[in-house]
Design a protein. Structure first.
Length: 228
């Protein structure tokens, strides 16, 4: 079994241990092994898991000798990569510790455990030393400490702070600028951009501060997420 690492950035984590993120991303620059994952590479293995009623295992550090730290609940390809939704078993002592480490950003990556079936890879004719992975048999997806690849992000399904932000907007009690700025930074928006969005767009549109063209903080937030 081969392994391949992807970086994660914990943007918040639900109290029940659920989260989502990209277990693998498509295209881009070759990783440290010279590999590039092609769109559709996981299609067959996902069908196989669906037919057998299974999901790849969730381990810590590919330690298959120990019990899984949780379960992967859903996996599907989209335009960016392999999006996975999972839940860490926080009732287990070790799972609770991993969950806590993710919240504190002490755990820094995901890593897929996989094999390449016959005909599942080919050399890139335009780039010597680069291999295109067209078919990947997915065995497990582990949480790991220090990944080599920096392209994949973990995003939370249920961020308590984001839920609070939305609730307070609905209730007409918007967060102070600094709190909103903190949320932007948590989801990976660069510090200078987070300050600009919070102090300009958010302040004018939500807190009613005058001057200039009316801004939409939700649009600002989405643009920042796309840049992050």
């Amino acid at each position: 079994m081969k392994t391949k690492d992807f970086a994660l950035q914990v943007k918040g984590l639900s109290d029940d241990g659920s989260f989502e993120g990209y277990a693998s991303t498509f295209g881009g620059s070759p990783d440290s092994y010279g590999d590039i994952v092609a769109p559709g590479a996981f299609a067959e293995t996902l069908v196989e898991h669906h037919r057998s009623g299974t999901m790849p295992m969730m381990y810590f550090g590919h330690d298959s000798r120990s019990l899984p730290i949780g379960d992967w609940l859903e996996m599907a390809e989209d335009g960016k990569g392999l999006l996975a939704k999972g839940q860490i078993d926080i009732e287990d002592e070790f799972g609770f510790r991993i969950h806590n480490a993710m919240k504190k950003k002490r755990v820094r990556g995901l890593s897929i455990g996989y094999s390449i079936p016959a005909g599942g890879s080919e050399p890139d004719e335009k780039r010597p030393g680069v291999t295109i992975l067209k078919k990947i048999k997915l065995v497990e997806v582990s949480v790991v400490n220090n990944p080599a690849n920096k392209r994949s992000l973990i995003e939370t399904v249920k961020s308590d702070r984001m839920e609070e932000f939305a609730r307070r907007l609905r209730d007409g009690d918007p967060m102070p600028i600094k709190e909103f700025e903190g949320i932007l930074r948590e989801v990976g928006v660069p510090n200078s951009l987070a300050t600009q969005i919070a102090s300009v767009g958010y302040a004018k549109a939500v807190l009613g501060e005058p001057e200039g063209e009316k801004a939409d903080p939700r649009a600002d937030f989405m643009r920042a997420m796309m840049r992050a």
